[in-house]
Ligand binder design. Structure first.
Ligand code: HDD
Length: 709
């Protein structure tokens, strides 16, 4: 919801800028015009010597590069990371994690996984959360997702998994959807995916904003001290705005109304100075204790519940600058799990081991050869001295007389320990003993595919479990094969018979028999997004940066709107006025107000909460049409709704509030806050109750089945 005045100001500044550059070719030759080709006579053929037209068309013909094979759709931002203190000094040599005086520049790219580069943001999918730390000891890439586990245990299966989730090969349908036969055929035949599938069917797959989602490194890595002591570590990001999701109906609405919803939300927040902040947390496991856990730390389909090993906050990241050119920065950035710095090392997690090959391999073809790390967005701030030369896209003019080690002609430079005592911060690989016969075997410790899938289910609040059941029903309803549907149900029943029975019912299939299935009741409170929250992601509710809309028309109670707008602004939220048309309207006080958005182009799905003001708005909504649809969708999406003056009675008539509107009733009945006072009489607690409802994101207790609207 950009500010049109800002856009006009940008255009004005572009027009009056002192940039008097003249159009040139790539060779710096100024050209007189670029509107007409060079022809023999005004109606003759174009001449081959028209070097300007040929160069311009040739470059245009080669502007597209291969999109990422997964995570093609994304959005990025610059920022910085700073550790809180030096508490990790006993675990790692990585300075960016241990020196609170060090501020490390970062670039983060958020992404979906399955969709093509031009697909919609709001789809049911995992989200990438990749962070490049430009540290003084070299670039470190934490290439995570917004879910803490993954579909597969061994990276050799990644091509199979991706082929299954991508559109079906004959029709290339569906785009950016897991709701189709090949995906669920893969899941049916690979139960290792079940834990991740529970996360994919949950609200985690529908993030409200890239600014409001967690991040996870997924794998167990190692922190390593200078002396070589290793400690197992899992990385977590938590958003300071809290972790919030859209609801499925809203997701589908937004994919059409604003396919760039999450990209736009990130861009506009940073432009508005609402810099997203994330806290980095670690789960540390002493290597001597690893065997005490009931999971294998090398298995990327398992979490360490926070109740077993708490997440310790270690630092904060702020994203405070948008890219200047999407292609040059967001499209060309190259993340790689093997980009580690001294103090961070790998484990034998077979998924991580495969990733450590794949990223560099894929980037060679995507970014045109072996020199993509010289692109500005990928270039380290640390000095680079390699003996690597030539290759496509070589930007460096190497002047060193040698390009081999060891050498005498170049004074032995760049040095290695063959010539000299290495500096303190060289990368020293963690020394681990390895043994065993070469074999293609999955460890026995990787075999349990249901316990943590059930742990996740048990940890969900009732409303979240309802969303998961609805998601499975939606997804499997798009699967043509009954065999696959029944195969998946046979897995679901081992997670929860009640869930299986609900889904089977929606599919018109018999519920699978739960006989002989052992079910545990362990849960981890830290996994739910619905209050009461627990664990690392237990962030205080806030209305900051939330987008609220007020439906307006001529003779609306503009005084009441002004009071509400001021309170929302004080809480860091914004209020848009959405009218039957854009432009100025006359408020009931006689003052002019401006509708910045129109009901014809702006669904309530793009907002977090809705205000139905007093005055003539009730008359606009009651008869039906776009204004009523706008309100009804917000109600069905369980968004906070505030209504004052005549609108309070309207909501009662529409069955959206049963609160008796008398003198000064302020009710927070399932997120519908009403008062029949208006103008300067708006009660303080009406406003504060609404702000509190906005901070709590959704009215999950609302029964949306009984409206008369
Ligand atoms: Fe991956 C991109 C995250 C498993 C191979 N992956 C990619 C991106 C993210 C992840 C966030 C986008 C980076 C960007 O924004 O440019 N990938 C993950 C996570 C995984 C995971 C959290 C599981 C824990 N990935 C995974 C496996 C393989 C890959 C098992 C291969 C064996 N991933 C790739 C890739 C991509 C990629 C094909 C495509 C574009 C790229 O690397 O640069 O190499």
């Amino acid at each position: 919801m950009g500010n049109r005045d800002q856009k006009d100001r940008d255009l004005d500044s572009a027009r009056t800028s002192d940039d008097q550059s003249w159009l040139t070719t790539q060779q710096g030759v100024r050209v007189e015009t670029t509107d007409d080709s060079l022809t023999a006579g005004t109606r003759g053929p174009t001449l081959l010597e028209d070097f300007h037209a040929r160069e311009k068309l040739t470059h245009f013909d080669h502007e597209r590069i291969p999109e990422r094979v997964v995570h093609a759709r994304g959005a990025g931002a610059y920022g910085y990371f700073r550790p809180y203190d030096s508490r990790l000094r006993d675990y790692t040599a990585a300075e960016f994690l241990t020196d609170p005086s060090v501020t490390t520049p970062v670039f983060v790219r958020f992404s979906t996984v399955a969709g093509s580069r031009g697909s919609a943001d709001t789809v049911r999918d995992v989200r990438g959360f990749a962070t490049k730390f430009y540290t003084k000891q070299g670039n470190y890439d934490l290439v995570g997702n917004n879910m803490p586990v993954f579909f597969i245990q061994d990276g050799i299966k990644f091509p199979d998994f991706v082929h299954a989730v991508k559109p079906e090969p004959a029709s290339e349908i569906p785009q950016a959807q897991s709701a189709h036969d090949t995906f669920w055929d893969f899941i049916w035949l690979h139960p290792e995916s079940l834990h991740m599938v529970m996360w994919l069917m949950s609200d985690r797959a529908l993030p409200r904003s890239y600014r409001m989602m967690q991040g996870f490194g997924v794998h167990t890595f190692r922190l390593v001290t200078r002396e070589g002591k290793g400690t197992f570590v899992k990385f977590h990001w938590r958003p300071l705005l809290g972790t919030h999701s859209l609801v499925w109906d809203e997701v589908q609405r937004l994919a059409g109304a604003d396919p760039d919803f999450n990209r736009r939300d990130l861009w506009e927040a940073i432009e508005a100075g609402e810099h997203p902040e994330f806290e980095l947390g670690v789960q540390l496991v002493d290597e001597s204790r690893a065997d005490e856990l009931d999971i294998d730390l090398l298995d990327p389909t398992k979490i360490i519940p926070e109740e077993v090993v708490p997440v310790e906050p270690v630092g904060r990241m702020v994203l405070d600058r948008n890219p200047q050119n999407f292609f040059a920065e967001t499209e060309q950035i190259a993340f790689h799990t093997a980009n580690v710095v001294p103090g961070i090392d790998f484990t034998n997690d077979p998924l991580l081991q495969a990733r450590n090959f794949s990223y560099l391999d894929t980037q060679l073809i995507r970014l045109g050869g072996p020199n993509f790390s010289q692109l500005p967005i990928n270039r380290p701030i640390a000095e680079v001295h390699t003996n690597q030369r030539d290759g496509y896209g070589q930007h460096t003019i190497h002047t060193h007389p040698t390009s081999y080690a060891s050498n005498s002609i170049g004074g032995g430079c760049p040095m290695t320990m063959a010539q000299s005592q290495p500096p303190d911060d060289v990368f020293r690989h963690y020394t681990q003993r390895v043994e065993g016969e070469a074999a293609r075997m999955r460890p026995e410790s990787f075999r349990d595919h249901y316990s943590q899938a059930r742990l996740f289910w048990n940890s969900m609040k009732e409303v979240e479990q309802g969303h998961i059941a609805d998601a499975f029903s939606f997804e499997l309803s798009k699967v043509g094969s009954t065999t696959i549907r029944e195969g998946v149900l046979e897995h679901i029943v081992r997670i929860d018979p009640g869930l299986a029975s609900k889904v089977a019912d929606k599919l018109g299939l018999p519920a699978p028999r739960p006989e002989g299935i052992e079910l545990h009741d362990r849960a981890s409170a830290a996994l739910s997004q619905v209050p009461p929250l627990a664990g690392f992601d237990n962030t205080a509710p806030t209305a900051a940066t939330r987008r609220v809309a007020a439906v307006v028309c001529d003779d609306v109670d503009d005084v009441g709107i002004t009071a509400l707008a001021s309170a929302l602004s004080d809480a860091g939220a914004t209020l848009d006025l959405v009218g039957p048309r854009e432009g100025w309207l006359r408020g009931s006080s006689g003052e002019r107000i401006t509708a910045t958005h129109g009901l014809h182009s702006t669904p309530s799905a793009v907002y977090d909460a809705i205000v139905v003001p007093g005055g003539a708005v009730a008359g606009l909504i009651e008869p039906g049409g776009p204004a009523k649809h706008f309100l009804l969708e917000a109600f069905l999406h369980q968004k906070p709704i505030a209504a004052f003056g005549e609108a309070a009675d309207l909501l009662r008539r529409l069955g959206m509030s049963s609160a008796e509107t008398s003198h000064v009733p302020v009710t927070d009945e399932e997120g519908v806050i009403v008062t029949n006072r208006e103008g300067r009489e708006l009660p303080e607690d009406f406003i504060s109750t609404f702000l509190d409802a906005v901070a709590h994101h959704r009215a999950w207790g609302r029964d949306t089945t009984h409206t008369t609207a």
